[in-house]
Design a protein around this ligand. Structure first.
Ligand code: UD1
Length: 356
């Protein structure tokens, strides 16, 4: 079988790496397309090194733009590759604009389309990712889910059970691989003995100056309880600079450049607490049993709340400070094992694809 695999943005790389390793192990042919949605060394190349992914066979170089422009650029540059390579399957992961754009092209052509991390829903259509998820799942020919809730969401939306597979969380395959094969040099970042990690990049949290001001007040109070380190996303960096807020923020937390995959996992696993608006980090903290406060109003990863270390706190200062105190006093919940989050997801996905 012949596969064309797609990546574009930072959270895609750890989802495609284990899949490609499994294809290679079984002798399947595949090529990799990188759309170039993320292009900085720290947002892209570093992940190829850390995850041992071969250089992409095609690089579309689309770069940043608004959603319409970015999606359109990816579509026009991706189409000739599908025609030329003519794969049996196109494999897309996650919910970024690159996932949507390449799915739309594929669905109107002869290859089959498979979506890894299908079926998750936040219920919030103001999130661009939610629109991407709904559309990609609707037009996919095979859907691989990380938990039973995702599987049920798809069934409720009228998708045939025959094309939905509960195969587990492929990111855990990468997490295990990275921790077992960590050959990264000693980090040159100096960290306090005890610290919390902050990540923030959702447009709903960082695009408006009022939200940033509110965030600053809350985070400053958290930092009085535990020092915070903040590997900053380029979007957030830009916004803080534009609003002249960067200096203010630097006064109460340690801003770091975006970190590579292995380095970030190490920083996170040694932390007392993670505050984040990321999706993937909710999963990773649950597996590493690190307490996580999600700075959003909802999550598409409810299992990390029900069975993991995650709590949804939005920007509710009282709830956040109360939670931080509990965590620092060692009174937080510990994660249970989650079925199929065991590092063997890529194997199960390729088994299914071979049998379809
Ligand atoms: C994208 C995804 C989001 C994911 C996030 C992870 C969509 C709709 N959003 O959001 O789901 O959680 O990636 O990082 O696809 N930039 C750089 N260098 C880069 C990449 C981006 O400087 O390598 C800057 C640019 O100014 C760009 C901005 O970051 O305009 C946002 O990038 P973009 O890819 O549009 O969205 P993200 O916020 O990264």
């Amino acid at each position: 079988m012949k596969f064309l695999n797609v990546v574009g943005a930072r959270p895609n790389f750890m989802k495609i790496a284990p899949f490609q390793r499994e294809l290679e192990r079984r002798g399947h042919r595949f090529e990799l397309v990188h759309t170039g949605q993320h292009y900085d060394e720290t947002m892209s190349d570093q992940f190829f090194d850390d995850l041992n992914i071969a250089q992409p066979d095609y690089h579309l170089g689309v770069g940043s733009a608004d959603h319409t422009e970015q999606t359109a650029r990816i579509m026009t540059r991706f189409e000739p590759i599908v025609d030329e390579y003519d794969p049996d399957w196109v494999i897309v992961v996650g919910d970024v604009n690159s996932t949507l754009a390449t799915s739309l092209v594929t669905a109107k052509k002869s290859p089959e389309l498979a979506h890894i991390e299908a079926g998750i829903r936040s219920g919030n259509r103001d999130m661009p990712e939610e629109i991407n998820r709904i559309v990609v799942d609707r037009i996919s020919d095979a859907l691989f889910c990380f938990d039973d809730e995702a599987r049920k969401n798809l069934i409720e939306e009228g998708i045939s059970e025959e094309v939905i597979f509960l195969t587990g969380d492929i990111m855990i395959d990468s997490l295990q691989f990275a921790l077992e094969n960590d050959q990264s040099p000693q980090s040159d970042i100096t960290l306090p003995e005890q610290y919390g990690v902050l990540t923030l990049h959702r447009p709903s949290n960082v695009d408006e100056v009022d939200t940033l001001r509110r965030a600053k007040d809350v985070l400053e109070h958290v930092s009085e309880k535990i020092p915070l380190v903040f590997p900053i996303h380029p979007r957030t960096q830009k916004r803080l600079k534009n609003h002249n807020l960067k200096e203010q923020w630097e006064k109460f937390l340690k801003i770091l450049p975006p970190l590579g995959y292995t380095e970030f996992l190490n920083v996170m696993s040694n932390s007392e607490i993670v505050l984040t608006d990321s999706g993937s980090i909710q999963q990773e903290t649950t597996v590493m049993n690190v307490p996580c406060l999600t700075l959003r109003e909802e999550t598409e990863r409810g299992i990390t709340v029900r069975r993991g270390t995650n709590k949804i706190v939005g920007w509710n200062e009282e709830l956040i400070l109360e939670s931080v105190e509990k965590i620092l006093e060692g009174e937080w919940k510990t994660a249970e094992e989650i079925p199929y989050w065991d590092g063997k997801t890529a194997e199960r996905i390729v088994d299914q694809l071979e049998s379809i």
